[in-house]
Design a protein around this ligand. Structure first.
Ligand SMILES: Nc1nc2c(ncn2[C@@H]2O[C@H](COP(=O)(O)OP(=O)(O)OP(=O)(O)O)[C@@H](O)[C@H]2O)c(=O)[nH]1
Ligand SMILES: [Mg+2]
Length: 238
């Protein structure tokens, strides 16, 4: 299967080369694309120097736009499957291998790597973990399917899932809303337990107030999502 692995990256000059090397080592047969989301540091230059394809967005547009750029690129260039890992080094490529294998075997349309489904060492602050539990509860009730890690950006998709997200993909609520979209479109969505690492550097700006507001906004987004007409099965064309 012709497979693309893309890496959304916004100012990740310190980690991008290691992430590329890890992906190359674990997924030698796939093509690699770094989506440089308007970085103002040397992320794009370092990715180019490492010899992978780089799509540079003209200005920072958020992680949703970066993901959607990956799906558009993949479909436009005839890829049948894609995988995605973050550019900050939190997602070991050895874990993505299993997700891609499920897609290549045809057992699912979208596979999400979950930090919380199995015995992972991943540790998050109590507040962050509480927020993640709340998102899981909301998405599980909205879809009628149990999800444990709705904000995970480690995923693998086939052309049906990519075609759905090329049509519409939220910029702010990318990971969470896309699960609701996929289930409502009749796609087979699976979670697999994976290991993830905590962010190596940089500080999270999430405060209790920001967190509560974000959860409230997510609730509104999911309620609106329930009211949208169900999309027909995507045709696989962008
Ligand atoms: N935050 C953020 N990340 C972006 C953006 N565009 C692309 N990205 C990339 O999207 C990936 C996920 O972003 P993170 O900020 O690491 O999100 P997260 O892993 O949920 O949060 P942390 O635990 O704080 O790392 C990273 O590889 C970023 O470089 C953007 O506009 N904002
Ligand atoms: Mg991260």
């Amino acid at each position: 299967m012709k497979t693309l692995v893309f890496i959304p990256a916004w100012n990740e000059e310190h980690s991008i080369e290691a992430v590329i090397a890890d992906a190359r080592k674990n997924l030698p047969k796939v093509d690699l694309l770094v989506i440089d989301d308007g970085s103002t540091d040397r992320t794009a230059a370092r990715a180019r120097r490492a010899g992978v394809m780089v799509a540079s967005l003209p200005f920072n547009q958020g992680v949703g736009a970066a993901h959607q750029t990956g799906y558009i690129f993949a479909l436009a260039h005839g890829y049948e499957a894609c995988g995605q890992i973050d550019g900050d080094g939190q997602h070991p490529a050895s874990e993505l291998v299993r997700l891609v294998a499920v897609i290549e075997s045809g057992d699912a349309d979208l596979v999400v790597g979950s930090r919380f489904a199995g015995e992972s060492d991943y540790r998050a602050s109590r507040m962050r973990r509480g927020g993640q539990r709340m998102f899981s509860l909301l998405v599980s009730s909205a879809t009628g399917q149990s999800f444990t890690d709705t904000t995970s950006g480690m995923r693998a998709l086939n052309h049906r899932a990519m075609a759905l997200f090329v049509r519409r993909y939220s910029s702010e609520f990318a990971e969470v809303e896309s699960l609701q979209q996929a289930v409502r479109a009749g796609l087979t969505v699976r979670e697999l337990p994976v290991g993830m690492l905590p962010r190596a550097e940089g500080k999270s700006f999430i405060t209790p107030l920001v967190s509560a507001f974000y959860i409230f906004k997510t609730l509104v987004v999911l309620l609106v999502g329930q009211l949208r007409p169900r999309t027909n099965e995507p045709d696989g064309h962008p």
